[in-house]
Design a protein around this ligand. Structure first.
Ligand SMILES: Nc1ncnc2c1ncn2[C@@H]1O[C@H](COP(=O)(O)OP(=O)(O)OP(=O)(O)O)[C@@H](O)[C@H]1O
Length: 308
């Protein structure tokens, strides 16, 4: 199937010579949620801005549903919605006028029923006649989302959509994202809240210093780079790991009250764990409790960023 978004060998050098993107390639399929992660200044906004036609690329080619974003920019842009990071809205207009006007800008026929649905989905309906300048920051952000959805885009970019928003808006937003995905909309989001990406994304891309260093299905990523940690709380403290257990790579917790066993989640086999318990019993070590922890996307991300 043709990708809904195809980014091929895109590079960007800003005026003054700063290289913000280096040979980035990426294909997205319809209806997927893709989380683009990376530290501040990695190039996420640059990439999104290029795809949305706000910044020119230096090299490369991008197509949206087969429409080249340069040669066929009108058709390409009609398919894209962008919720920008910064709050910029026309303060004197009403919510209704702002969102309807935005639809008109894309040459779409007026559709009041659709705009009403968008405003209702974003809990903005009772504010439809309010001027933007009278709204709270969270409400303004909802308006930005409504604007981005006004022309029924097939690809939606959310650039740090939940930065500084309250729990309720965050929850609304994720409900909306699920509904959009179910309707076949492809969503690309950048976020610094990694639990959000862990929860929502189908695939994760990590960008570092302008390079897309990794693109992976989320579940595969968690399997591949994830670690589990088993803490065995002992009934009596130890001074050192007993020699009989030397082959397991155990660590003794400070104070000697617990043994820590870290293992990968790659092969799904539990043989090493059962061998460990067998040897614990053989060594006559008594334990009173067990804790397991699994690495989160955040742990994996931090490790990836360290691995320069
Ligand atoms: N107009 C510009 N001229 C020169 N350099 C720029 C310009 N815009 C961005 N940059 C630089 O390009 C790099 C990438 O910026 P970008 O905004 O894409 O990062 P980001 O990954 O979105 O970061 P953040 O997480 O902070 O939003 C940064 O070093 C930034 O200073």
């Amino acid at each position: 199937m043709q990708p809904i978004l195809s980014v091929q060998n895109v590079s960007k050098t800003y005026e003054g010579g700063f290289v913000a993107l280096k040979n980035v390639s990426l294909d997205l399929s319809q209806g997927e949620i893709f989380a683009l992660l990376g530290p501040n200044g990695a190039g996420k906004t640059t990439l999104i801005s290029i795809i949305c036609g706000l910044v020119n690329m230096t090299e490369g080619r991008i197509a949206v549903a087969g429409h080249d974003i340069v040669a066929d920019y009108r058709a390409a842009r009609e398919l894209i919605g962008l919720v920008p990071q910064e709050l910029k809205t026309d303060s004197f207009e009403t919510v209704w006028a702002t969102v309807s006007f935005s639809r008109g800008l894309f040459g779409k026929k007026r559709n009041d029923a659709y705009i009403e649905k968008v405003l209702r989905d974003l809990s903005l309906w009772d504010k439809k006649d309010s001027k933007i300048m009278t709204l709270s920051g969270g409400m303004k952000r909802r308006v930005l989302i409504a604007k981005a959805l006004s022309h029924e885009p097939r690809v939606l970019f959310l650039d740090e959509p939940t930065a500084g928003v309250d729990v309720e808006l965050r929850r609304d937003m994720w409900r909306l994202v699920s509904a959009l995905r179910a309707a076949g909309v492809t969503i690309i989001l950048t976020t610094h809240y990694l639990e959000e990406a862990e929860e929502m994304a189908d695939r994760i891309g990590v960008i570092r210093k302008g390079e897309l260093i990794l693109v992976e299905e989320k579940t595969a990523l968690m399997r591949k780079f994830g670690q589990k940690r088993l803490t065995i709380q002992l009934t009596a403290p130890l001074a050192a790991v007993p020699p009989a257990l030397a082959g397991h790579g155990l660590e003794l917790a400070p104070g000697g009250q617990a043994l820590i066993y870290a293992y990968g989640t790659t092969n799904g086999s539990h043989a090493p764990v059962s061998a460990l318990f067998h040897d614990l019993d053989q060594a006559g070590l008594a334990y009173k409790d067990l804790d397991t922890e699994q690495s989160t996307l955040e742990d994996i991300f931090v490790d990836l960023m360290r691995g320069e």
